[in-house]
Design a protein around this ligand. Structure first.
Ligand code: ADP
Length: 489
């Protein structure tokens, strides 16, 4: 990698590093501007695991599946955290983008420790304690001594990350998934207010994902073109009918409880008590999944009705259960197929099904009022452009939530594609103005990160000048001034 970077510098060819390039919804494997060569790191697939100290050191090409398989096979007492972005997305790429998953280790960048980074001048830097050769603290103590530099290499274009330490979760004795739902849209504020104290106090240890009904529906089926006669967005009466049939609440929170059997029992009680009178809580446990599958088999053998419904339920519950314990799957790639007219029967990759989607993921402080103000903005803009509101709100910690909003569209439909882009632009405008700033940005909008020419982004620009004066590494990525200069009209 240092040699490639030096050659690129000499010939003035900008390089855009990708790990696996599955950055779907935020630009896939595309660079921020035209004319950048992809530095594809997917062949670097090293994994080392320290079982006793519960961490792995991984290279950029390591996929979620590869890390999961390695742990299953050789270190079954350790769990990783996964996202819904499929078996073949990278672990490192998501961590440097500050993505999040579902377990108590769901804040990915927070659980990295010690990076190896190649700078634009070919220097190889070890962050944290790793630069003290032979230190046993490289992947066990994150801050190092002196300035902590790790943050400079996440959501930035200041270096190519070639290795990262990743803390792993010791497998708990007991683990249960919960699905808590509220019936009505108006219950949303109270739902947040009741869940926040549980997140703050640590009763709920993991990132909790709260999806609206349509978002939940989109993971089970494509857009109901048959029922809508081609109309978009989904008419209210069709939406109500489908949701009634599927038994979804207006908002459903999915999370899990981890610990000893006693701890899990106590967490369960606290959760149920907090939601009493507001919503209902159901659980997915390994015993229930076995029962469900067994019952489906029996009914099928006896040719009794209900076999398919039970089997379908198990098929939906299993990947959710798995994800909450860090087992990745391709199941959640169904969502982007919502508007796809020609879904590929064989490939789960959204690009192979001509799925278009933009993701806008604003953050909000974790109060009911903040959440409602944000939802009002999203609903207004999305409705104006005739899309379906697909929203998943993640309680990232006890204080902030990320509202992942996806615009699914059919790329083979020119009018719909144009409308999606306009909708995305309007959403981002409205969100930046109201200070619901996204936690992460798509490649098409890096230039919009700094509407006020503020000191923060000026400093980012100065760091870039100091470390990469030739603008070799990923020009424009999380560098709004540079994005404006490099962007073609
Ligand atoms: P994934 O396959 O997990 O979705 P990507 O390879 O698409 O991950 O990475 C997401 C984004 O993070 C990329 O667009 C790229 O800008 C950045 N990135 C990925 N890997 C690296 C790396 N090794 N060093 C620096 N930036 C990276």
């Amino acid at each position: 990698v240092p040699s490639i970077v030096l050659i690129a510098g000499r010939y003035k060819v900008p390089l855009y590093p990708i790990s696996r390039g599955r950055n779907w919804g935020y630009g896939d494997a595309c660079p921020v501007t035209e004319g950048q060569a992809l530095l594809d790191l997917s062949d670097l697939q090293g994994i080392e695991v320290n079982d006793r100290l519960a961490y792995a050191v991984i290279e950029p090409g390591v996929t979620q599946k590869q890390l999961f398989d390695r742990l299953e096979r050789s270190h079954p007492r350790l769990w990783m955290d996964a996202t819904g972005s499929g078996l073949h997305a990278s672990v490192l790429g998501n961590s440097v983008e500050r993505g999040f998953g579902h377990t108590p280790f769901g804040d990915h960048f927070a659980h990295t420790c010690g990076m190896e980074v190649v700078l634009a001048d070919g220097t190889v830097l070890q962050t944290g304690m790793g630069h003290y050769g032979g230190s046993r603290l490289a992947h066990t103590y994150k801050w190092g001594i002196g300035p902590s530099l790790d943050g400079l290499f996440s959501q930035s274009n200041l270096g190519v990350v070639t290795r990262v330490g990743l803390w792993l979760m010791p497998r708990p004795q007991r683990f249960e998934v919960f699905v808590a739902s509220v019936g009505n849209e108006q219950d949303f504020e109270s739902f947040i207010e009741r869940l926040r104290p549980l997140r703050q106090s640590g009763v709920l240890q993991s990132t909790v994902h709260i999806s609206n009904d349509l978002r939940t529906l989109s993971s089970a089926r494509p857009y109901p073109l048959d029922l809508t006669g081609g109309r978009v967005p989904i008419p209210a009466e069709v939406r109500a009918k489908l949701l009634k049939h599927a038994h979804y609440g207006a908002w459903s929170a999915v999370g899990a409880l981890y610990g000893t059997p006693g701890e899990v029992r106590a967490r369960r009680q606290a959760l149920e008590q907090a939601l009493r009178g507001l919503g209902r809580v159901r659980y997915i446990t390994s015993a229930r999944l076995r029962l469900l599958k067994g019952a489906a088999r029996l009914l099928k053998r006896a040719h009794l009705p209900g076999a398919k419904a039970l089997a379908d339920l198990a098929a939906t519950a299993q990947p959710v259960y798995d994800l909450l314990r860090g087992k990745p799957s391709d199941f959640f790639l169904q969502g982007p197929r919502w508007r796809a007219r020609t879904p590929s029967p064989t490939s789960p990759d959204p690009l192979d099904s001509n799925c278009g989607f933009y993701t806008v993921a604003p953050l909000a402080a974790m109060t009911g009022e903040d959440g409602r103000r944000l939802l009002d903005i999203l609903y207004r803009v999305i409705e104006r452009h005739r899309f379906d509101p697909m929203i998943s709100i993640t309680l990232l910690n006890g204080r902030a939530m990320a509202c992942v909003t996806t615009l699914y569209y059919d790329r083979s439909d020119e009018e719909e594609s144009k409308r999606a882009r306009l909708c995305y632009d309007d959403l981002l405008d409205a969100l930046m103005k109201t200070r619901f700033i996204p936690y992460r940005m798509g490649i098409e909008s890096m230039d919009r990160l700094d509407p006020d020419d503020d000191t923060f982004w000026q400093l980012v620009g100065r760091l870039k000048e100091a470390l990469d004066p030739g603008h070799v590494l990923a020009p424009g990525r999380y560098n709004p001034a540079e994005a404006r200069i490099f962007k073609k009209p």
